[in-house]
Design a protein around this ligand. Structure first.
Ligand code: C2E
Ligand code: MG
Ligand code: MG
Ligand code: MG
Length: 291
């Protein structure tokens, strides 16, 4: 009796493992199909001047409009896309959609700001990212100054020389380069300078520490002075409160992004933000009495 129970359990374990593999394969197939059926949509989150609230750029953030699951966030499929190589096709889709959107806004006479596009490390080391961006921009008649690229620190650490070559190819095409989620990886400032990055986006984990502890400010202060000395601008990600904004202003942070300004929104709403231009929820946060 006990023996057969044990055996049953083993079978159960085995079958749940294959269930997991099956689920993964299903997901992979669904993702493949999503690419063919064009089920991806970009939302846009504003990045604004920390001092005036003026719109500086829109970050393109991909969502999967799954026929049954609804809107699937990137966390749920980017790593699978990377592991399966589908990220290359997805990257092209995101780029094409961002360029098409810019062209549409341009044709409608909307005052444009750059769109920043997240690029996976897997899209590097292929030797043609600069070319593919330039080709897509040319196809849609979009000025390269209207596109920026966000790459994580880990992407810059990989195959050093290849990455440097591809980054300089992007730069030669006039595309700005930002380091995403800065502070979570292991890049050194000398590396960032060598790669001639234009700006740092400080991970929201650090923003979350501001106004909670004095140490939170120390990190920002140090990064800010070094980044500025190296000619890079600093963006704080994940700004959720007015208090965080005030601290960032006092530290001379250049730009902010986060729910305090706006969540990522569909293109139609992003267009409204572009027309409004100044996006602080209050006219002048510095002029308000201290909380
Ligand atoms: P990310 O590039 O660091 O983008 C910022 C993420 O933080 C977004 O999540 C955004 O919605 C979220 N966020 C913004 N402000 C706040 C805030 O104030 N509080 C909090 N709690 N969160 C905030 P999302 O859209 O789910 O994207 C997650 C990640 O997926 C992105 O992180 C990026 O690494 C990746 N991703 C998104 N789109 C693409 C893409 O087109 N290609 C690639 N390769 N990766 C992408
Ligand atoms: Mg990003
Ligand atoms: Mg980030
Ligand atoms: Mg520079």
């Amino acid at each position: 009796q006990a023996k057969s129970e044990g055996k049953g359990k083993f079978h159960f374990y085995e079958s749940s493992l294959s269930e997991a593999l099956k689920a993964r394969l299903d997901m992979e197939r669904a993702l493949q199909q999503a690419i063919v059926q064009d089920q991806f949509v970009l939302h846009y989150q504003p990045r604004v001047s920390a001092t005036t609230g003026e719109l500086r750029a829109l970050e393109a953030l991909v969502r999967w409009q799954h026929p049954e699951l609804g809107m699937v966030p990137p966390m749920a499929f980017i790593s699978l896309a990377e592991e399966t190589g589908l990220i290359l096709k997805l990257g092209e889709i995101v780029l094409a959609q961002a360029c098409a959107q810019l062209a549409e806004w341009k044709a409608a006479g909307i005052p444009l700001v750059p769109v920043s596009i997240n690029v996976s490390p897997y899209q590097f080391n292929r030797g043609n990212i600069g070319e593919s961006f330039a080709a897509c921009l040319a196809r849609h008649d979009i000025d390269p100054s209207l596109v920026e690229i966000e790459i994580t620190e880990s992407a810059m650490i990989g195959e050093q020389d290849d990455v440097a070559t591809e980054l300089s190819s992007l730069r030669e095409h006039g595309i700005q380069l930002l380091v995403d989620d800065f502070g979570t990886g292991y890049s050194s400032l000398s590396q960032l300078q060598r790669l001639d990055m234009d700006g740092l986006k400080i991970d929201r984990a650090f923003t979350g520490q501001l106004s909670k502890s004095p140490e939170g400010e120390v990190f920002f202060r140090a990064i800010m002075s070094m980044a500025h000395a190296l000619g890079m601008s600093v963006v704080a990600e994940g700004v959720e409160t007015e208090e965080q904004l005030r601290v960032l202003q006092s530290l001379s942070c250049d730009e902010i992004q986060g729910y305090f300004i706006s969540r990522p929104v569909p293109a139609a709403e992003a267009q409204v933000l572009m027309q409004r231009r100044y996006l602080f929820p209050v006219a002048d946060p510095l002029a308000l009495p201290a909380a």
